[in-house]
Design a protein around this ligand. Structure first.
Ligand SMILES: Nc1ncnc2c1ncn2[C@@H]1O[C@H](COP(=O)(O)OP(=O)(O)O)[C@@H](O)[C@H]1O
Ligand SMILES: [Mg+2]
Length: 251
């Protein structure tokens, strides 16, 4: 039995080299079950590479990834991944896309109907991806990410390709979904205010100087209750701390 306080995910000493270049080194952190954690950092610091390593999609990363203390080797349906683009298969209906992990034509699974309603698109199951707006397609991608009922959802800048209003809506949908399903989420974001708005914790991945490997430069807990007022002095202080963590490289 696992105690309720045990970490869901433990990342231990992850290091990734591409030839002579070390992108990140000795990256370690843990996520508690149910936590929503944002990962921020300058462009090119290795966020996407790190997320792929956690998802088991990159066998060439050194270190270990443990899910409830079990070392992970390769992809697992307990870890779902959502990308910046919806990556729907154009020839499959929305329903068949959502249920794709169960087989290519499993869209009649009753859980699909429940999920399309949860992401705010009831009745859309028979539509084809080309009939959807960008925001709708990303909602479908969220539903597909949750279909296998993963313990952990990894999201790589999931809403940065949609307009600001759609993005705000999608953030709310994501929060409601993770709460309803008890899913833990690790999200890469490029907008610090969005990270502050919607996370229990923010991790900053940043290199310690030019051509130096990235490491976790800050790990900040945000205790403020939601909805949060980003103009609050406490939020300003947190934003400054994040910026310091990111900017170490830039100066
Ligand atoms: N397959 C690859 N081969 C060589 N270098 C790579 C490869 N994938 C990523 N990189 C390098 O690793 C660094 C981090 O990339 P990435 O993880 O995409 O950064 P981020 O998501 O933080 O913008 C970049 O400098 C990129 O050029
Ligand atoms: Mg990236």
């Amino acid at each position: 039995m696992t105690s309720p306080s045990a970490s869901l995910l433990e990342v231990r000493g992850l290091t990734r080299r591409f030839g002579a270049r070390t992108v990140f080194e000795h990256v370690s952190f843990a996520l508690a079950r149910g936590e929503i954690v944002s990962l921020v950092g300058p462009s090119g610091c290795g966020k996407s590479t790190l997320l792929r390593a956690i998802a088991g999609l990159d066998a060439r990363t050194d270190g270990s990834v443990l899910l409830e203390r079990q070392p992970q080797r390769g992809p697992s349906d307990r870890i779902g991944m959502i990308f910046q683009e919806p990556r729907l298969l154009p020839w499959l209906s929305v329903a068949n896309n959502i249920a794709f992990a169960a087989g290519s034509r499993r869209g009649n699974d009753p859980r699909v109907d429940a999920l399309v309603a949860e992401v705010g698109l009831p009745g859309i199951g028979d539509a084809l991806p080309k009939q959807l707006s960008g925001g709708m397609a990303q909602r479908v991608a969220l539903a597909r990410g949750l279909f296998a009922e993963p313990d952990l959802l990894l999201l790589d800048e999931p809403f940065s390709a949609v307009d600001a209003i759609t993005r705000a809506r999608l953030q709310r949908v994501l929060l409601a979904l993770t709460q309803a399903h008890g899913t833990t989420a690790l999200l890469i974001r490029h907008d610090l205010d969005e990270a502050l708005h919607l996370s229990d914790r923010v991790l900053v991945l940043s290199p310690a100087g030019d051509d130096r490997p990235s490491r976790i430069a800050r790990d900040i807990r945000i205790d403020a209750t939601r909805p949060r007022d980003l103009r609050d002095p406490a939020m300003n202080a947190l934003r400054d701390t994040l910026l310091e963590g990111i900017a170490i490289t830039a100066v």
